[in-house]
Design a binder for this molecule. Sequence first.
Ligand code: BES
Ligand code: MN
Ligand code: MN
Length: 456
Amino acid sequence: MQDVIAFVDANRKRYVDDLIEWVRIPAISSDPGHTADVAKNADHLAAHLRKLGAGRVEVWPTAGHPAVFAEWLQAPGKPTLLVYGHHDVQPIDPLSEWVTPPFEPSIRSGRLWGRGTVDDKGQVYIHVKAIESFIKTVGKLPINLKLIVEGEEEVGSVNLDKLLRDHAKDLAADFVCVSDTAMFGRGIPSLCVGLRGLAYLEVFVDGPALDLHSGTFGGGVANPVHALAQMIATLHDADGRVTIDGFYDAVRPLSDTERKEIASLPFDENEWLRSTGSPATFGEKGFTTLERVWARPTLDCCGIQGGFHGEGAKTIIPARASAKVSCRLVPDQEPDEIARKVQAHFAKVAPPGVRVRVENLHGGRPYLAPTDHPVYDIAKRAFTKAFGKPTVFMREGGSIPFVRTIADATGKPCLLMGFGQPDENAHAPNEWLDLENYHLGIKSAAYLYDEIARMT
Ligand code: BES
Ligand code: MN
Ligand code: MN
């Protein structure tokens, strides 16, 4: 193990340079204009893995963007670890707010700046470089390892279920590890033991066949922007609770132990609030901020459109309006069931004079880890070795659809060993990766493989 760790130290700079090359590829999965780039991105990773001498490296096509698969099975009798990540990235708008261009990665203040540096290319490379460090010192990995890197995570992993079904045999493993989350705070190794699920919908409100002159027609027909605003205003009550019928039906209440665990973390609410830039915290009554963002279901309107957006005034009754709505879910809520309840709610509150239609775009199920499984102690030990600090359990409010899907399909625990920072600007302008975390992350992954090898 010493040789492996020494190799990680000796190659610290090159490992960053290798990542920089990959970050240059603008693999924005949501933008049809970048479809070829996402494919190029997958090929780049596959070529990089082939150079490491993987037993098998394949690019798996899907109905959407391709995934990359690789395996190293040279440890007979040892456990098999499946590592998951995603190679696609979020859009870059607003571009004018980036200090340096999103796909020209640059280093400032010990951070690598660029789209995808932390979400999730840097975290994928943490594993790739841990693998490389073993291969170039010991000649092989101490465990059997399979790597699956998806190209559609940021667009809801819509083709993932089929991919997992088609390749069930290839993906069989004893444990799963996902590195696509953030640590609780600077230098605090953190295992994420809960993720929220997601139901994402779009609401369309149609009124007149075309924009009407508001002088000629105002007072005569319903205004779709008003109708939509009224409907959105019905979604929460004064206590910040979602008013949709049955929304909370399947919610497993937080136990006293769970609440104590969350409360025991060194959470600085003022610092957290400052990082958001909002003037005050806000949300469902009766729960702490961490409980609300990690372990309570929420509903947010993510965007709203309708009517005249240009400069100055234009007197119209808009023909249509629409809104995008996301629900973050907790066990045991089901995305499709929640989507149906949201649809029923909009049908119920639709005011007269407009047509309302709700589309269910995509979803993902929530995850709660079986933390009493022995692999959690192993992961804690590995993480603590690399960072020299005790590992904490935390949750995240975000979603990674793969996690629950693979946990259910394999019946195996899914370790969420993340190396991001809470203020990493994921999905926002000026995304960055902490290079110390990248370096210690590579060591953590190497220690994880080593500790798993010692289990048996
Ligand atoms: N890496 C994130 C998931 C995440 C978010 C983990 C926040 C920890 C904290 C992932 O890439 C992501 O952005 N997921 C989407 C999922 C969606 C598109 C299905 C999300 O949470 O919005
Ligand atoms: Mn991610
Ligand atoms: Mn993301």
